[in-house]
Design a protein around this ligand. Structure first.
Ligand code: PNS
Length: 161
């Protein structure tokens, strides 16, 4: 059974993430969406439980997906869960340097391979941090996140307006 990890902060999940997860699920028997518990980013918006719920709802149509939390090294989590691959989306050349470095470090640590999928062009500008910022200031992100995520963002920032 070939298991892959799609790791990230998912704060919140975007259509760009879903594009990569759904495409990964076509190539692997099981995909574990690995939500980091201890992000280095201080600016988190959603709690871990909310992120998990939003992901769960977004991926309910796929039977070979699991959503798990992890902390510490991704390669250790991969070992514990028998995952043989990490899948990452590449949006632009600017992603490449850091992603390549992480892929090579992870490969060096345990031999795990990272597979890169090119982000679908309509999502190449998209990131959770920009979605958070735009939504916070009242911009329309309804074409960038699933409907239930947009609803939750509207609800969260309604009180600020
Ligand atoms: O959505 P993000 O925040 O860009 O995801 C980054 C993430 C979680 C994939 C990356 O920071 C990560 O793998 N962190 C786990 C810690 C780790 O293994 N660090 C060594 C990487 S070479």
């Amino acid at each position: 059974m070939a298991i892959a990890l799609c790791p990230g902060s998912f704060d919140p999940v975007t259509l760009g993430h879903l594009d990569i997860i759904e495409r990964s699920a076509r190539h692997f028997d099981e995909v574990i969406v690995a939500v980091i518990r201890n992000p280095q980013k201080a600016q988190s918006l959603f709690t871990l439980e909310e992120r998990q719920l939003l992901l769960k709802e977004s991926l309910a149509h796929l039977s070979n997906i699991r959503i798990e939390f992890f902390k510490g090294l991704l390669v250790e989590f991969a070992k514990e869960h028998g995952a043989e691959a990490i899948v990452k989306g590449l949006r632009a050349v600017s992603d490449f340097d850091y992603e390549l470095q992480m892929a090579q470090m992870n490969q060096q640590l345990t031999g795990i391979d990272t597979f890169f999928l090119s982000t679908s062009p309509q999502y190449s500008f998209l990131s959770s941090s920009l979605v958070r910022e735009v939504a916070r200031f009242g911009g329309d992100v309804s074409t960038m996140v699933p409907k239930h995520v947009n609803d939750r963002l509207l609800e969260m920032f309604e009180k600020d307006r």
